[in-house]
Design a protein around this ligand. Structure first.
Ligand code: DC
Length: 228
């Protein structure tokens, strides 16, 4: 799509285990858009950091790695970091433990936010999912959603995605990460003022997707590319 054209952008934010990834993927299919898991990008940088034996709190080296690494997210969920398939490794307990520190690095955020805007620009829009999409990446998104679910439901969902650890340990890691992500200095997880909140605790995926598809404003696709 040419610069300056209009595009349809849906922003989905919320804490881990709120159902964001599944819902965003399915909503994108329904709307005929592509889907971007921005958390996978922070995880991919964390994978690169750990693979090189760099300490996650070594801010300058971590930022340089983020700027130099080539992260590719395929539509089927495959994640390549500098050509290496890291699809499984980015979900490991070690990456999960260290990713918050990497995501609190302002230079890493600047680099990834710029890649996320470029991703959407090249596709004429999309469904982007993360923590700061409606507040920072696309404050003018056509639809901004804040997904949530109660802590028990979120821990159960995350435990089902992770094979190596117990539900208790997932719950502990989630609580620690949510607290850190919400209180961190740089672009903390927060609900954009004009985001629609949807509590998914007692909803099926189909119900959430149908609800969100119905919220896309008619005639949307008005996010101007210039200035983003
Ligand atoms: O969604 P997830 O759990 O895979 O995200 C991994 C980490 O990345 C999470 O701790 C928060 C961070 N993150 C972020 O800071 N900003 C985003 N847009 C997406 C994820």
């Amino acid at each position: 799509m040419a610069d300056g054209g209009a595009m349809l952008v849906v922003a989905i934010d919320g804490p881990a285990g709120s159902g964001k990834s599944t819902v965003a993927r399915r909503l994108a299919e329904t709307l005929g858009l592509e889907y971007l898991d921005t958390g996978a990008m922070y995880r991919a940088v964390t994978f690169a950091v750990l693979a090189r034996g760099v300490e996650p709190d070594n801010h300058d080296v971590v930022a340089e790695l983020a700027e130099a690494s080539k992260i590719e997210l395929a539509a089927d969920g495959t994640v390549l970091v500098d050509g290496v398939d890291a699809t499984t490794e980015i979900r490991s307990a070690e990456v999960s433990r260290c990713v918050s520190e990497v995501a609190n690095n302002q230079r890493v955020r600047r680099e990834l936010v710029s890649q996320q805007r470029e991703w959407a620009r090249l596709r004429g829009g999309g469904v982007l999912e993360g923590r700061d999409i409606g507040s920072v990446v696309y404050p003018d998104a056509d639809l901004k959603v804040y997904l949530t679910a109660n802590a028990e439901v979120r821990a159960r969902r995350r435990a089902m995605e992770t094979i190596e650890v117990s539900e208790e340990s997932v719950a502990r890691d989630l609580a620690r990460r949510d607290a850190y992500d919400s209180q961190r200095e740089n672009d903390p997880l927060r609900q954009a003022d004009d985001a629609v909140t949807v509590d998914t605790s007692h909803m099926t995926i189909d119900e959430v997707v149908a609800h969100l598809a119905g919220l896309v404003p008619p005639g949307s696709g008005q996010v101007e590319q210039s200035g983003q």
